[in-house]
Design a protein around this ligand. Structure first.
Ligand SMILES: [Zn+2]
Length: 332
């Protein structure tokens, strides 16, 4: 396998979307803290064993992937989230997945697993509407997150999916993963575990950032998938190939529905935090300076990113996407 071969379908037919140096990746990951950015850059360089990384897109299955294809380690995540990390409570993927699971009309003994459960906010929603806490399981790698989930009364294992002791766990009717898969560099072992953990005809619900939107942003020079934090990017085609390879049939693919104004505001705010001049003027004691620079910068950004203003009018340009799989039996 050469360095540009696709980790999902093994095709060598890929193109480079962008290149990024360790210094730049650090700056973009923690834009407001230059000292921590410097530290994280050094950690990234050590992880890559190089100063540079490239992000490719496979022309055959649409998977986007970083080379080096190496997920961030504990050291990098600790620097990134050195203070307690707050998870947004009301997420589209949680609301949408809950409605989807409700529509499945599971029986009362059904079991659910969420991989990478954060602080357990989705589990709480499941427990309040669908299943008793004893039938709800989770994994979470961060110690504070796992502790919080256990405190709330749910099973939580501090392990990666391929390391789960499958023989000690029940088989699941539903497995969910929200904004986790894009961080992983071991998709084959992960999907093999998911297959093992699922009951016959079980459901697998996965939410990731919308690959279609992010590929467009790359074209205008805005790179939101920052390796080594995000090492993968998905499209419908990628999920089809992954499902076929690991025994899952797609039941539906959905994109987050957001208003045009919200999408635009989100794009500008993603850019806004990365403009150093705006951060400096934001701290100015003069109200006039603060407002003048803030709105002039927003105007400049709007003109600079004119294609984005049109692109966001298109359907399917929400921030996240979700795939609903059903297990095929037997696997093919
Ligand atoms: Zn591929």
């Amino acid at each position: 396998m050469t360095s540009s071969d696709c980790p999902v379908c093994r095709s060598g037919n890929s193109r480079i979307l962008f290149r990024m140096g360790a210094e730049e990746a650090g700056k973009q990951l923690v834009p407001a803290h230059p000292e921590r950015a410097h530290l994280i850059s050094a950690q990234i360089r050590a992880l890559w064993e190089s100063d540079r990384c490239a992000f490719y897109k496979c022309r055959d299955c649409g998977y986007g992937f970083a080379r080096p294809y190496t997920a961030g380690n504990g050291e990098i995540y600790s620097t990134l989230y050195y203070e307690s990390f707050s998870y947004t409570e009301d997420k589209w993927e949680h609301r949408f997945a809950l409605e989807l699971i409700q529509s499945l009309l599971l029986n009362e003994t059904a079991t659910l697993l969420e991989a990478g459960a954060g602080n357990g906010s989705f589990l709480e929603r499941v427990a309040s509407t669908l299943l008793p806490p004893g039938q709800i399981y989770s994994t979470e790698l961060s110690d504070p997150g796992a502790k919080e989930i256990r405190r709330k009364g749910y099973h939580c294992l501090n392990k990666r999916l391929p390391e789960l002791p499958a023989e000690k766990l029940p088989r699941f009717d539903v497995v969910c993963m929200f904004q986790v898969l894009e961080h992983m560099d071991d998709l084959d072992p992960v999907f093999q575990s998911l297959f093992q953990l699922g009951k016959p005809s079980s459901h697998l619900i996965i939410a990731v950032p919308n690959g279609y939107l992010r590929t467009f942003y790359d074209r205008v020079g805005v790179h939101l998938d920052l390796p080594p934090v995000h090492v993968g990017r998905f499209s419908r085609k990628t999920f089809e190939v992954l499902g076929k390879k690991h025994g899952w049939k797609i039941e539906g693919v959905y994109t987050e529905s957001q208003s045009y104004a919200f999408k635009l505001k989100k794009f500008l705010s993603d850019r806004y935090v990365r403009v150093p001049l705006m951060r400096r003027t934001d701290q100015s004691s003069s109200k006039l300076v603060r407002y003048f620079f803030r709105y002039s910068c927003l105007l400049i950004l709007a003109v600079r990113f004119l294609p984005v203003l049109f692109f966001l009018l298109l359907p399917g340009t929400g921030s996240s996407m979700m795939v609903h799989y059903r297990k095929k039996n037997p696997p093919v």
